[in-house]
Design a protein around this ligand. Structure first.
Ligand code: ADP
Ligand code: MG
Length: 714
């Protein structure tokens, strides 16, 4: 794949607009880093004052800058940026980094300024990063256009972030503990180059083994998902997203000016993308260092090698929590351990060397464990004590583990004395953690990355038997909630199974319909604005005769209203809900959960992006109680789970292909032993459909499926 940001990392010359000789200014920092952090091409400070800076000639205007130059770093106040960008364009520069803040993050006016930047960029064919960013760096190129104080060492983590401060903070931490980076890309407001470009760039970069992304707003969630999928086919991606809760969303909107999406949509997007979602900055770096330094385990069987019981027990709990388990060590392995460990060592798992193991003991025991066929990975835990130097243990663990194909993580707790130990471990490609929980998290990230690669969802299969023309005709000219009959016809046109049904304006009509479809039937009141028909006594099931239909109509339907007559689904089915809705960032989603009145309370629902492959739909069932219930509990027969899978795929395609459909609810889908019936189909059509079938189509958030949520994510 081509690197869309190639020139940003390998420019033939860089102009710094607004360069300053005043060390308290950002523009000084940028110039300083370009000059001193290894970049070998020419650097041209631009400042109307002219003169000389850091031994370089200063050009009064960018027009005076000689060749070669193909990147501009613009460090001017917001009000001057657009003009400066145009000047770069006139000079033939096609790439720019815009550092200034004071744009979209401030609100409407700033957004307008950003639009102006885009116009200028389009006019001259410029691609730019920012505004409101700290720039980019590549430790191998090398080049550093940021104004941060330290250049990180070389490593294999590619970091991309909407927040410059997150980049800065992460670089500081990394510097202290000796963790290196391949590239850092601070995107800022991503008015032009966005997260998807950055992911493509990091996918193409041979020095990047793992990508950590800190995300705020995603104007086009589907573009992100597609780029992430391309990336994760090659290397793992860890994603931290702010704005997943109502408060977080508020903080983000006042920060980069973007609106963030709901949590479940994000998690569904990660699933589709094959990304590992994390909750905190700490988790982001914990996962990133594990993935940067180690190969994923071949299986889930972990060993904890320790000199203290408590931390090992905590580590064991968290190994389980992340889907792995403690290995059962064979008698041979235990015998080999006894031969190399201090007397009294407990050779079960955790392997506890008790009070006084030396560094050599760690090295020898680790060697045995890494050779044992029943072991897939190791967590080495060392609690510093008086007799054994921490640093020695770190070096011993690092040396023993460095070239092993199995993952080894190391937990050494403690304060200041730890830094050297951490640096030693990282120098030997062993990730260091301060607590056993975090070490287990690192192992878990490796385990997850292996699982993700195996289970990356395939492309959704098209459904040739969907009658698109019929759906289009049914939706034509409609807005708001469709009546139940039209809803049922839409469902039928999508290939969903619906019982025979029809609308009736009188008792005679209702009876005629019932006789035509055959008893038993159900009668439902039809009234605009009535969402829960049965709440108001508006659903009467199990009608077996003309008299019963007439009586039901009298009771349930008011004068002037119509009745919906529907054949009863076969008895003994399990009621589930299958739904579809639209997220403002990630576009159409489908949902499944247990049907009925408790769905809001139990919140046992799963979400995926639509359209979806059958495998993904099956995963949704496995993730919720629906799957277990359909499998048959307490003597009940198993129900047709594949019919639910089919319904999810069909609702997925309906959402994906018809952007005018804002929401769909099949509640319930009655699932029998063979087949499933959509007996209550609610379709909401939006008044002004967006032309795009996928993603990015803003819709007001509160809707039925959304309200129900909160539980299991997609
Ligand atoms: P609402 O959700 O608006 O109250 P529904 O059409 O979902 O109305 O009907 C309520 C309940 O009645 C369903 O959950 C289901 O238990 C039962 N029901 C409705 N239609 C049928 C049908 N055709 N066959 C069997 N049961 C039905
Ligand atoms: Mg219903």
């Amino acid at each position: 794949m081509n690197d869309p940001l190639h020139t940003f990392f390998h420019p033939r010359g860089v102009a710094v607009l607004g360069a300053s000789a005043n060390p308290t200014k950002l523009s000084y920092g940028v110039l300083h880093n370009l000059v001193t952090h290894g970049y070998l091409g020419p650097v041209y400070p631009v400042n109307p004052k002219g003169g000389e800076m850091m031994g370089l000639r200063v050009y009064p205007s960018v027009a005076d800058v000689p060749d070669p130059v193909d990147l501009a770093v613009i460090v001017l106040p917001a009000a001057q940026v657009a003009d400066a960008l145009a000047a770069c364009g006139r000079r033939g520069i096609r790439h720019a980094v815009l550092i200034a803040s004071g744009f979209g993050e401030l609100g409407a006016e700033g957004k307008e300024e950003e639009t102006r930047l885009r116009q200028v960029a389009r006019q001259y064919g410029i691609r730019f990063i920012g505004p409101n960013c700290v720039g980019v760096l590549d430790t191998y190129a090398p080049i550093d256009t940021t104004f941060s104080r330290t250049m990180p060492g070389q490593g294999s983590i590619g970091l991309v972030s909407h927040s410059g401060a997150v980049c800065g903070g992460t670089m500081d931490w990394a510097h202290v503990v000796g963790v290196g980076f391949s590239r850092i890309i601070s995107l800022g407001n991503q008015a032009d180059i966005d997260i998807a470009d950055a992911l493509d760039s990091l996918a193409a970069d041979p020095h990047t083994r793992v990508v950590a992304a800190y995300i705020e707003g995603l104007p086009d969630g589907r573009r992100f998902v597609e780029a992430a999928r391309r990336l994760t086919a090659q290397k793992p991606l860890v994603v931290l997203k702010a704005g997943r809760t109502p408060s977080g969303t508020r903080a983000v909107s006042s920060h980069t000016g973007a609106l963030a999406g709901a949590d479940r949509a994000f998690l569904a997007a990660c699933r589709r993308a094959g990304a590992i979602p994390v909750e905190t900055l700490e988790e982001m770096v914990d996962a990133a260092i594990a993935l940067a330094y180690r190969h994923p385990p071949a299986g889930p069987r972990m060993v904890i090698l320790t000199n203290a019981g408590g931390p090992a027990a905590l580590g064991a709990d968290h190994v389980d929590r992340h889907g792995m388990r403690l290995a059962d060590l064979s008698p041979e392995t235990q015998a080999r351990l006894r031969a190399v460990c201090p007397p009294g060592t407990m050779t079960g798992n955790p392997v506890d060397m008790l009070g006084g193991p030396q560094a050599d003991h760690y090295a020898a025991a680790l060697k045995v464990l890494l050779e044992a066929p029943e072991v897939d990975g190791v967590m080495a835990v060392f609690v510093p004590q008086a007799i054994t130097p921490v640093y020695d243990v770190a070096v011993a663990v690092g040396r023993a583990a460095e070239t092993a194909p199995k993952p080894v993580v190391c937990c050494i707790a403690g304060g200041g004395g730890i830094r050297a130990a951490a640096r030693a471990l990282h120098a030997h490609s062993v990730p260091h953690y301060l607590t056993p929980e975090r070490a287990a998290f690192g192992l878990g990230a490796l385990w997850k990355s292996a699982r993700i690669r195996e289970t990356l969802p395939p492309e959704p299969e098209p459904l040739p038997d969907m009658d698109r023309e019929r759906v289009r005709a049914l939706l034509e000219g409609k807005t708001g909630v469709l009546d139940p009959q039209t809803g049922a016809e839409v469902a039928a046109a999508c290939g969903l199974r619906v019982p025979p049904s029809g609308l009736a304006a009188s008792a005679e009509e209702a009876i005629a319909r019932a006789e035509a479809m055959g008893y038993p039937v159900v009668l439902k009141r039809v009234a605009p604005g009535l969402t829960h028909k049965s709440d108001a006594g508006g659903v009467i099931v199990g009608l077996r005769s003309a008299d019963e239909v007439r009586d039901a109509l009298d009771r349930a339907v008011r004068p002037g209203e119509r009745a919906f007559i529907q054949r009863m689904a076969p008895p003994g089915g399990v009621e589930v809900i299958v739904g579809g809705h639209r997220d403002p960032q990630f576009g159409p989603l489908v949902m499944v959960g247990l049907g009925g009145v408790y769905v809001e309370v139990l919140r046992d629902v799963a979400f995926r992006l639509a359209p979806l492959a059958r495998e993904e739909a099956r995963g949704m069932l496995e993730e919720t109680a629906v799957g277990r219930l359909l499998a048959g509990v307490r003597g009940q027969p198993p129900r047709d789970a594949e019919a639910v899978v089919d319904a999810l795929c069909r609702v997925g395609w309906l959402m994906a292909e018809f952007p005018q459909v804002a929401e769909v609810d099949l509640n319930p889908l009655i699932v029998g032993e063979r087949g499933a019936w959509a007996v209550d189909v609610r379709v909401v059509v939006r008044p002004h459909p967006s032309p795009a079938a996928f993603g990015g189509t803003p819709s007001p958030l509160p809707n039925s499926v959304q309200e129900r949520g909160g539980g299991r994510e997609g």
